[in-house]
Write a protein that binds this ligand. Structure first.
Ligand SMILES: NC(=O)c1ccc[n+]([C@@H]2O[C@H](COP(=O)([O-])OP(=O)(O)OC[C@H]3O[C@@H](n4cnc5c(N)ncnc54)[C@H](OP(=O)(O)O)[C@@H]3O)[C@@H](O)[C@H]2O)c1
Length: 313
C-alpha cells in the first residue's frame, strides 16, 4: 500500500484528499521508489481546476509528476536514461503520473540518477522548471550577446531561465516584485518591476532594444510588452499564454506540444548533471508534509515566496 494525494472532484484545493492505494510489485521495465521529496508545480492544481477539461470519468486525478527517492525494487533487466537501475540507487523521477505519493511504481524510462551533490528537495523540483527553461531558450535561440527580457524572472521557471540565459552569455532583464530584485541581482540579472509603465522601464534599461522575450507569467501585459519590444516573433516565447501565442503567431512551449516533449526528454540527463555540477541552482522556498498538499496549492496560487514548493511524504 501507499499513501497518495488525489483530487476527488474538479475545483479548488479543497478537493484534494489523502488516500491509501495498493501498489503492485514492479514488472519488467518498471521500478519501485520510496519517495523522499515531491516537486510542486502550478500545473498540479490547474489539472483539477477544470481549466483543461472536467470529464468526471478521469476522477480521482492522481497529482504530481516529479519526485526524488530511493529505488526499493526493480523488474527484470531494468535500465533507464542513465543506465542500469539497481535497488538502493538515489534517483530523480520525472514525467511520472501521480508523484504525490509515499511510494511510486514507474517506468524505468522516468528514472534518472540523482547527483550526490543535489539534496532530495532540490532534486525533486528540478526537471519541470529546468526542462521548461531549456526548451524556451532553445526555441528562441538565446546566444551570446543577446539581450533577453524574462517575465516572472524570480519564479520557479523564470529563475532557471535567468541562470541558463546568463550561462549562454546573454544580458538578462527580469521582471519581478521589488522584494525579489536583490535575488535577481545576485543572479546577475537586471530587475524591473512589472505593472503599469513596464514597457517604458524596459526601454530605459535597454535603449538599444531587446532581442528575445521569454514569458513565464502569461499575462496580457507580458505578451503585449514582448510584442512591442521584439519584432522577430520567432524570438518571443510563452510557457503560459497559449491562446495569445496562437492568436499573435509566436511560439509557446509545453502544454502538450510534442516537439517540446522531445526536446526536454533529450536534454533531461544533461540538465540533471548540469544542476549536479552547480551550473544552476534550484531554490527551495518551502516544504510541506504530503498530507498538506492542498495548503501548498493554496499558497502557490497566491503571492508566495521565491523558489520551489516541495512536499515531504
Ligand atoms: N509550458 C510549460 O511547459 C510550463 C512548465 C512549467 C510551468 N508552466 C506555467 O508557467 C507559469 C509559471 O510557473 P512557475 O512554476 O515558474 O510558477 P511560480 O514559481 O509561481 O512563478 C510565477 C512568477 O510569476 C510572477 N508573477 C506573478 N504575478 C505576476 C504579474 N502580474 N506580472 C508579472 N509576473 C508575475 C511572480 O513573480 P513575483 O513573485 O516577483 O511577483 C512569480 O515569480 C505557471 O502558469 C505554470 O503553470 C508552464
Amino acid at each position: 500500500m501507499t499513501r497518495v494525494a488525489v483530487a476527488t472532484a474538479f475545483g479548488g484545493p479543497e478537493v484534494v484528499r489523502i488516500v491509501d492505494e495498493a501498489l503492485a510489485a514492479p514488472a519488467a521495465g518498471q521500478v519501485s521508489i520510496e519517495v523522499k521529496a515531491i516537486g510542486v508545480n502550478p500545473i498540479d492544481y490547474k489539472l483539477y481546476s477544470g481549466a483543461f477539461g472536467s470529464d468526471p470519468s478521469t476522477l480521482p486525478l492522481h497529482l504530481g509528476s516529479e519526485a526524488s527517492g530511493v529505488v526499493v525494487a526493480v523488474g527484470n533487466s531494468t535500465s533507464g536514461p542513465g543506465g542500469q537501475i539497481s535497488v538502493g540507487d538515489e534517483v530523480i523521477v520525472s514525467g511520472a503520473k501521480g508523484a504525490y505519493a509515499e511510494k511510486l511504481l514507474v517506468p524505468a524510462d522516468a528514472v534518472l540518477p540523482k547527483p550526490a551533490s543535489l539534496g532530495w528537495e532540490a532534486a525533486a523540483g528540478l526537471l519541470v522548471v529546468a526542462g521548461t527553461s531549456y526548451d524556451a531558450l532553445e526555441v528562441t535561440k538565446v546566444a551570446e550577446g543577446d539581450t533577453v527580457l524574462v517575465h516572472g524572472a524570480a519564479g520557479g521557471v523564470g529563475s532557471i531561465v535567468v541562470q541558463q540565459a546568463k550561462a549562454r552569455g546573454a544580458r538578462v532583464i527580469g521582471t519581478a516584485r521589488p522584494v525579489n530584485h536583490d535575488a535577481l541581482r545576485e543572479l546577475s540579472a537586471e530587475p524591473v518591476e512589472y505593472g503599469d509603465g513596464l514597457l517604458e522601464r524596459v526601454q530605459e534599461l535597454a535603449p538599444d532594444g531587446i532581442d528575445v522575450a521569454i514569458d513565464t507569467v502569461g499575462t496580457d501585459e507580458a505578451v503585449d510588452v514582448s510584442l512591442a519590444l521584439v519584432s522577430d516573433k520567432d524570438r518571443i516565447v510563452t510557457i503560459a499564454a497559449f491562446e495569445r501565442a496562437a492568436e499573435e503567431g509566436f511560439p509557446s512551449v509545453g502544454g502538450g506540444n510534442p516537439e517540446s516533449a522531445k526536446r526536454r526528454k533529450a536534454a533531461r540527463l544533461d540538465l540533471v548533471n548540469s544542476a549536479g555540477a552547480g551550473d544552476f541552482i534550484v531554490t527551495v522556498a518551502k516544504t510541506f508534509p504530503l498530507a498538506e498538499a492542498a495548503t501548498a496549492h493554496e499558497e502557490l496560487k497566491a503571492e508566495h515566496p521565491r523558489g520551489k514548493f516541495v512536499l515531504i511524504p
